[in-house]
Design a protein around this ligand. Structure first.
Ligand code: SOE
Length: 388
C-alpha cells in the first residue's frame, strides 16, 4: 500500500463518509468545528467525518471562517446545502431564534441534525421539532456538551449503579459575570426576540439537562424568581437597547418520587467566569462536579471507617474513565473542547449502530418544558406543574 493510501486509510480514508454542514460559525461554531475535525484523529469511528461546508449570512465572513475552521467551502445559500444529497449532517450553531426554522428545513431534507441548546424558543416549537425528527426517521441531538466530560459521565454511572443510594437533592449553579458591567453592549443574548430568555435559557438549560443525565430524575413542579439588574445597554450605535430578559434566574424543583432541587443561573456574578457546579446528595453519599475543575469529581461515600470519612477527589483521567483512554496516558487532563469531541464521537457511533443518543430532541422538549414552567412560575409567583 502506497504511503499516501496508508495515510488516507489511517485517517479513515476507506471508511464511509459523513459530510457535515455547519450553520453559524461564532463561538459555538468554533467549538463544534474542532470536534468535527478531531473525532477521527483520536477515536476509531465507523465513518470518516468531513467538515464540508459552513453556511453563514455574510459570504466573506463565512469564507474566512471555513478557511480558519477547516471546512472545504462556504456559502450563504442554506437551501442549496439542504438540497445537496451528499450532505448528511446539519450542525445548527446559530442563535436561539433560528434553531426551529433551520432544523425543520434540515429535517424536511432528511438530514441528521445536531442543534445547539436550548432546542427552541418555546415548548411548542420544541415539540414540533421532536415530532418531525421522529417522522423523518433521522438521528438528532442537542449540544448539551457537559454530559460528556469524563467526570460527569462517571458521575452518571456511579449514581446509576447506586453508589450514593436514592437521590434526594440536587443543588446546581451556573454562574458567569460577563454582563455584570452595565456598559457591556446589548447582543442577541439580551433580547427576548432573539434568545427567548437570558441566563435562564442559556445556563439553566445546561443544569436541567445535566440533572436529568446524571440522576434520571424527572421534574414535577417548579417555582422561581428572576431579575434584570441592567434594564438597558449600549446598542453599539450610540443609543440604548432595552434588555427584556433575565440577568439572573433562580428556581426550586420538586421531582417525581420526592427528590427536590435548587437551580441558579446568572451572568452578573462578579468573579464567576464559567462556574457550572452541580452537587447530588443521595441516601448514602454525595457527588459534586465543578466545570472549573472539570477532570475532578468530588465524592463522599460511607465506605470508610466513620472517623475517616470525608469528600475525596477522583481524578477522572485514567484509562478506566469514560473517553480518557483515547487521549493521553493516565492523569493527563482534557478541556472544555473535548466534551464536544465526545459528543460527536457518540453521535456518529449512534448513527452507525442505531444505538440511542442523548440528549435527543425528546430531551430538548423536557428541558424546554422546565424552562417554560419556571418562567411562568416566576411571573405568577407560585408553583407550576411541569408538563410531560
Ligand atoms: C454563554 O453563556 C455561554 O457561551 C453559553 O451559551 C454556553 O452554552 C456555555 O457552555 C458557555 O457560556
Amino acid at each position: 500500500m502506497s504511503l499516501s493510501s496508508q495515510a488516507n486509510a489511517a485517517a479513515g480514508g476507506d471508511l464511509p463518509v459523513l459530510n457535515v454542514a455547519m450553520v453559524g460559525h461564532a463561538f459555538m461554531g468554533r467549538a463544534h468545528s474542532n470536534a468535527w475535525r478531531q473525532c477521527n484523529r483520536f477515536f476509531d469511528l465507523p465513518f470518516r467525518v468531513v467538515p464540508k461546508v459552513i453556511v453563514g449570512r455574510h459570504a466573506e465572513r463565512a469564507a474566512a471562517a471555513a478557511h480558519k475552521l477547516g471546512f472545504e467551502h462556504a456559502t450563504t445559500d442554506l437551501d442549496a446545502v439542504l438540497a445537496d444529497p451528499t450532505i448528511h449532517i446539519v450542525d445548527v450553531a446559530t442563535p436561539n431564534d433560528s434553531h426551529h426554522d433551520i432544523t425543520m428545513a434540515a429535517l424536511k431534507a432528511k438530514k441528521h441534525v445536531l442543534c445547539e441548546k436550548p432546542l427552541a424558543m418555546t415548548l411548542v416549537q420544541a415539540k414540533a421539532m421532536a415530532a418531525l425528527a421522529k417522522k423523518q426517521k433521522v438521528r438528532v441531538g442537542l449540544w448539551h456538551n457537559y454530559r460528556r466530560a469524563p467526570a460527569t459521565r462517571l458521575a452518571a454511572q456511579m449514581i446509576a449503579r447506586g453508589d450514593i443510594g436514592a437521590v434526594r437533592q440536587v443543588r446546581a449553579v451556573y454562574l458567569q459575570d460577563w454582563l455584570a458591567d452595565a456598559s457591556v453592549p446589548a447582543s442577541w443574548r439580551t433580547s427576548k426576540k432573539t434568545c427567548g430568555s437570558g441566563a435562564h435559557g442559556d445556563l439553566n438549560a445546561h443544569l436541567i439537562d445535566l440533572t436529568r443525565a446524571l440522576t434520571g430524575l424527572e421534574f414535577e413542579s417548579v417555582c422561581g424568581v428572576q431579575q434584570t439588574f441592567t434594564k438597558e445597554r449600549p446598542d453599539g450605535a450610540g443609543g440604548k437597547a432595552k434588555v427584556d430578559v433575565d440577568d439572573a434566574f433562580l428556581f426550586l424543583a420538586k421531582f417525581k418520587g420526592g427528590a427536590i432541587g435548587s437551580y441558579e443561573a446568572t451572568r452578573t456574578a462578579p468573579g464567576r467566569k464559567n462556574h457550572n457546579c452541580i452537587e447530588v446528595s443521595g441516601e448514602k453519599g454525595s457527588i459534586r462536579w465543578n466545570l472549573e475543575r472539570m477532570n475532578e469529581l468530588e465524592v463522599f461515600l460511607q465506605d470508610a471507617p466513620r472517623d475517616a470519612q470525608g469528600f475525596r477527589t477522583v481524578m477522572c483521567m485514567d484509562s478506566v474513565h469514560p473517553y480518557a483512554a483515547n487521549w493521553w496516558p493516565d492523569g493527563h487532563i482534557v478541556g472544555y473542547e473535548h466534551t464536544f469531541v465526545h459528543h460527536v464521537v457518540d453521535f456518529v457511533t449512534a448513527l452507525h449502530d442505531g444505538s440511542a443518543f442523548a440528549p435527543n430532541f425528546e430531551d430538548g422538549v423536557a428541558v424546554q418544558a422546565v424552562l417554560e414552567a419556571s418562567l411562568a412560575a416566576a411571573k405568577a409567583g407560585n408553583w407550576v406543574k411541569v408538563p410531560r
